[in-house]
Write a new protein. Sequence first.
Length: 188
Amino acid sequence: MIAMRYRIALPADYPMEIIERRIAERGHLTDGLPDLGLKAYLYCRAGEHGATANAYAPFYLWRRAEGLRDFLSGPGFAALCASFGRPAVESAAVCFGDWRDEVAEARYATVETLPIEAGTEMDALRREQEGWRAGQWDEGGALAVAAAFDPANWTLRRLVLSRLAPESRKHGAVECYRVGRVSIGASI
């Protein structure tokens, strides 16, 4: 599985209703997409939950690299680029990506980015993330959790989708978002 995301920073006076409408009108187009596990349509408004700027920042979990490739070279991504310019796309190797059947009820998301220190044993890091995953389910409210690492810049990225608004910032860089929609790809 491969995690993918891009973040489109929008001007402070950008009417975020445009993003909400875009998600409502076009979000269904990724339902049942081949090789897609999950797509969370994330966005934030400046001033909400610590956000310093408006942004649109979808997060994807791809089952196979071919799905990511086909999406980036397909009409949906071309339409996004025509509207907002071509964003930098980040990808990462997934340690795990799990979601509950009711994931479509998610309304909030946190994306946490942590550095992976030099000398960190990756097997130990993966085991540590398994413990983190269990804690997210146990704390209640989590409808999806994922952890992935990017060896290009040695960072760990963790995603939580929830019905509940995030309470407080944790260590590391935590971005808080609203979830406009969740799409689930085609069954394997």
